[in-house]
Design a protein. Structure first.
Length: 168
């Protein structure tokens, strides 16, 4: 079976999942399949995990950081600018909404992601400024800033394993 974005699970008309995560109720350790890649996720010991792998928020930051670096690099290459290396450092925190002057929400708690970008190479001030603007346009950044509709549904037991086998 094809694994293209338009492929569906035979007989169901359903697109195979992009990512499958499996765990059991005895702990936090999760096994993850993303296409041909196998990953794991866990929580730190301090919250009851085994710290055997990055945690869910680590993966969120990984996705944003990788996308930011790739987007900046792609733009610089397309312009043939002398960008040599990109480093992206990210931190997630929860803050009081009242402490965020630029935020629309003024009550309760907010998630904050601080991103620091390092650019090396003989870039002009204007090129650096443009690349920083481009960084905010990476697809993952735009997804996180947009309205997100997450739909949860229960599937019959065994359905997820069949999806993974069909997709591989």
């Amino acid at each position: 079976m094809s694994t293209s974005a338009t492929a569906t699970i035979e007989g169901t008309g359903t697109k195979p999942a992009d990512v499958i995560v499996r765990g059991n109720a005895s702990g936090f350790l999760q096994e993850i399949v993303s296409g041909a890649h196998q990953l794991r996720a866990d929580e730190p010991v301090a919250v009851g995990g085994g710290d055997a792998a990055p945690g869910p928020y680590d993966y969120l930051l990984v996705g944003l950081g990788a996308c930011t670096s790739m987007t900046v690099g792609l733009y610089a290459r397309s312009k043939k600018w002398p960008l040599e290396n990109i480093s992206v450092s990210l931190r997630h925190s929860r803050i009081h909404a009242e402490d965020c002057a630029e935020c629309e929400t003024k009550e309760g708690m907010l998630d904050r992601i601080d991103v620091e970008i390092g650019l090396s190479g003989a870039l002009t001030t204007e090129q650096r400024a443009k690349l920083m603007g481009i960084a905010a346009k990476c697809p993952v950044h735009r997804t996180l800033k947009s309205e997100i509709n997450i739909r949860l549904r229960t599937v019959p037991s065994g359905s997820l394993s069949e999806s993974v086998q069909t997709k591989n």
